[in-house]
Ligand binder design. Sequence first.
Ligand code: SF4
Length: 422
Amino acid sequence: MGSINYERLQGKLNILADAAKYDVSCSSSGSTRKNQGGSLGDASKSGICHSYTEDGRCVSLLKILLTNHCIYDCAYCTSRRSNDTPRAAFTVEEVVELTMQFYRRNYIEGLFLSSGIFKDGDYTMERLVEVAKLLRTREGFNGYIHLKTIPGASKELLYQAGLYADRLSANIEIPTKSGLALLAPEKSHEQLQAPLQTVKEEIITIKESRKKHKSAPKFAPAGQTSQMIVGASNETDLQVIQLSSHFYQKYDLKRVYYSGYVPMLSDSRLPAVGTPVPMVRENRLYQADWLMRFYGFGAHEILEPDDPFLDLECDPKLAWAIRHREHFPVNIQTAPYEAIVRIPGIGIKTAKKVVKARRFNQITLEHLKKMGAAVNRAKYFIATTGKNEHLAHLTRDNFRQYVLAQTQTKFKDQRSGQLALF
Ligand code: SF4
C-alpha cells in the first residue's frame, strides 16, 4: 500500500468515477462534502451515490469502475472498445486503499464496484472478488459492498462474490433480444441472465443451510438487482415492464432499475445525440414498477398491446383507473382493501388506515386527507353522495382531460429542459 502514487490515483478516480455514473443501480447523490486535507478529491467529483442496505438503511457509497477498458463494443456504452475516450484501470490494492481512505474520513459507508471487461469475464470478476475479499478479511471492513457480476464469470466466482458482498447485480442492459442483438451483438439475453439464475440458486441454498446451521456463511444478504437501459432501442414500455415482472418472479430481484438513455455517441443504430429520453418516462416506469411490486398490479393491467406506452402526462395508476371506470366509484366504507388501494391518490398506508378506521367511523374526504390521501385526485373515484354524477356521462377522453386539468402540476424535465406535466 505504501507504493501507491496518489496523484495517479486521483487521475484514475476522475475517469473511473465518471464512467460509473451511467450505472443507475444506485443513484448519484450530488453530495458536496469537501476533502479535508487529503489528496483524493471531494465527494461529489469522486462519485458518491446512495443505496439501501438489507435492513432498509440509506447509505452513501463510493461508486467506481475497476476499469473502463473493455473487450466488448456495446454501442450504447462510453466504455466500448471503439470509443476514443481516456482509459484507466485501478489495481485491486488501489480500490481497497481508496475505499478505506474514504471510509475512515466518513465520506462513505460502502463501495459500489463495477467494471469494463478486460481479457474475459473470469479475469475481471476475479479482481472484483479480490477487492471485496481483502476489504472484509484483511482490512476488517464492515461497510456495505455492492458488486456487479460480470457476464461470462464462472459460478464459483459468483459464489465467492456473494460471500463478501452485500448485494450483487447483473445488468440486462437492453430490454429486448432484438435490440440487444442490434446494439451489442457479442452479447445475448441468455448470457446476461445466467448470473441472476446462479445467484438466485445460491441465495436459496444458503438460506436453507442457515436454517440448519446458524454458522453457515451469509450470501448476498441484500439480494440482487438488475438494470435496463430504456430508449436506446425501440422497445415499448409494455416490453420493459413485462420483462421486469418476469425478473421479479423468476429471479426474486430486490429491484429493477431503469436508466433513460442519454445519447453521447454518434451511431446510426442509436437515437441522435442531443435527444435524451425524458426523465418523465423513467419516472413513469418506476411508478409502474411500484404498482407491480406493492399494489398487486400485473404488467398486463398497466399496459395493453394496442397502447403499449405509458401516458407521460398521467401516472399509471390514474391512467388505469381512467381506462377502467367500471371499477369505480369505490365505496370506501365497504370495499375490500384491494379495491381501496387501487383508488388514485390513496397509497398503501392510507388504505390500511381506512380499513381500520371505518369500523368505528364513517370515512369522509376530510378524514381521508388527514390519513394522507391526495384527495384532489381520489375524490373522482370514490362514492360520495352524488358529487361525481355530472362526470358519469363524460367519454373516457373527456373524463381524462377533466381529471388531469384538476390534478396536474407542471415541472421542468431536468434532462430535456422542457416543461412537462406531472
Ligand atoms: S461489456 Fe459493459 S463495459 Fe463493456 S462495452 Fe459493454 S456495456 Fe460497456
